[in-house]
Write a new protein. Structure first.
Length: 262
């Protein structure tokens, strides 16, 4: 079942459209990665789907209902988003930051319940950040902070998690750490993961599906095998790519590439 889809979706400002006539179905309980060159509309699409920004035309449907008409707290109980640039967590401890993920379930004065604290500790354990619970977020390394932000998203207890470039500014080891955590969440808890990545080989290794965009248009959406094709990558990135097989996973990978010059 595809719980989430877009129909003839346009996103833009006045006469300038950034996303054009986008029709995408996101497979439930799988990992889908959105790829494409800088400025192609990846982050804009993610923000529109999660209602951070409004869309101009078309519709975004979750469980058959338009998200535009959904109650904000109810929507936050169904989908969580980790944006590319997180709000400042200055002065907050890890536990305090993760507790913000319980906001959609609070009412009245917003006092946390024993059940809320159980979910917070569970999210910290799953992301291997429980030892940091009383440490300042600012004192953590980049990889540690990213796992804490993911813990906050997990504390929302949503089935769908969106992440906009979750590996940006992380070194190679911390990139793998974050992506392996997301894969484990998908494998063990069947969380639907939808994210934006720049690294083609990371997208191929850790995803079930890829959505390839260019200039706000959908070029190809499909399985890794369907999208990691020489002609698709040429169309999207203007590169002449050599596609091989990852010796560890057996999945397609971009071995090397050259720019195609006019």
């Amino acid at each position: 079942m595809n719980r989430l889809l877009t129909k003839d979706l346009y996103v833009g400002y006045q006469d300038h459209m950034i996303v054009n006539e986008m029709n995408i179905q996101f497979n439930s309980n799988e990992i889908t990665t959105i790829i494409g060159p800088n400025g192609c509309g990846k982050s804009t699409l993610l923000k529109a789907i999660t209602r951070i920004i409004p869309h101009s035309k078309g519709s975004i449907l979750l469980d058959g209902q338009s998200i535009a008409k959904e109650n904000t707290k109810k929507l936050a109980q169904k989908m969580a988003i980790l944006p590319q640039t997180q709000d400042s967590a200055s002065g907050l401890t890890v536990g305090e930051l993760v507790s913000y993920g319980r906001f959609p379930y609070q009412s009245g004065f917003g006092k946390l319940t024993s059940s809320d604290y159980e979910v917070i500790d569970w999210a910290l354990k799953v992301t291997n950040t429980l030892d940091y619970k009383y440490r300042a977020v600012d004192s953590l390394s980049g990889g540690q902070r990213q796992r804490v932000w993911i813990a906050m998203a997990l504390a929302q207890e949503t089935e769908i998690i969106f992440l906009d470039e979750p590996t940006t500014y992380l070194d190679m080891a911390h990139q793998l750490e974050v992506l392996e955590l997301l894969k484990d969440l998908n494998d063990s808890q069947q969380r639907t993961i939808i994210m934006v990545l720049h690294d083609l080989n990371h997208a191929a290794r850790f995803s079930h599906n890829i959505v390839a965009l260019k200039n706000g248009n959908l070029i190809k959406a499909g399985t890794i095998e369907e999208v990691m094709q020489k002609d698709i990558l040429q169309q999207v990135f203007n590169i002449d790519a050599e596609i091989s097989r990852d010796p560890r996973t057996g999945k397609p990978m971009c071995l090397t590439y050259d720019l195609i010059r006019a």
